[in-house]
Ligand binder design. Structure first.
Ligand SMILES: [Fe+2]
Ligand SMILES: [Fe+2]
Length: 239
């Protein structure tokens, strides 16, 4: 059975791979709507994975660090402080369109601090906790973390304090609301055919979406790009 360190290592590897791909595939100046919609989708997937990971660490990992290590509070305070900062960055990024000049800037900021945070956890915290936990305890925390993936929040929620009590009570309700919003807008699945059928972007051109937006009376449609049009059309249809 994978223990908590195996589970965390797999998540860290995935996030690092996502960041490397995003870095490699930075859109060129003047990239088209389809390329930008794809970029948005990939960044949303990163935010979803990262939000789940940090929320679950706050629920199951940092309490063990605080409980088992003499300097656990100091380590956990530093790490959860980094996580809170990252949540503010991701929250802003989540609300931006890739055509906005700040989008890539925020993504770079997150990537830099994300690498630093992962390194801190892996080199400063894991070795100490590995020694302090029994095999059974490490396995049990790993199971709680893995099981929690299904019901973890998919958005950063920078306003929620990083305390396990606050997260445990708010977690499932917040996560359910996140998932309902994700399904309604096709978040993280906007451009993938066959998935995210909730998104109006699937299989439609920008002109078609514009016509739809006109029929629905969506204001400001003439200045929207394809991604924004798709989001607004999807939202208007769900009302
Ligand atoms: Fe973390
Ligand atoms: Fe982590």
């Amino acid at each position: 059975m994978p223990d908590i360190f195996d589970v965390l290592a797999a998540d860290h590897k995935e996030v690092k791979q996502m960041l490397a791909r995003l870095e490699k595939n930075r859109p060129r100046r003047g990239a088209g709507d389809d390329a930008l919609a794809k970029r948005k989708e990939k960044v949303e997937q990163l935010i979803i994975e990262e939000s789940k990971h940090e929320a679950l660490e706050e629920m199951h990992f940092w309490p063990a660090v605080r409980d088992k290590l003499p300097d656990g509070d100091k380590l956990a305070d530093k790490a959860t402080g980094q996580e809170q900062e990252a949540k503010h960055v991701l929250d802003k990024l989540d609300k931006l369109d890739p055509s906005d000049g700040k989008f890539e800037e925020l993504l770079t900021k997150f990537a830099e601090s994300g690498h630093e945070h992962i390194e801190f956890e892996e080199t400063q915290v894991w070795p100490k906790l590995r020694k302090a936990l029994s095999k059974k305890e490490a396995g049990e925390i790993g199971k709680k973390f893995s099981d929690g993936k299904k019901t973890a929040p998919t958005r950063p929620h920078p306003g929620t304090p990083p305390r396990p009590g606050a997260l445990k009570s708010a977690g499932p309700a917040v996560a359910a609301a996140d998932k309902a919003r994700d399904a309604a807008t096709g978040r993280g699945k906007r451009t993938t055919s066959g998935r995210g059928s909730g998104s109006a972007a699937n299989g439609h051109t920008k002109a078609e979406l514009y016509q739809e937006a006109r029929k629905l009376g969506i204001e400001g449609r003439s200045s929207m790009n394809k991604d924004e049009l798709a989001r607004r059309v999807t939202a208007a249809k769900r009302k």
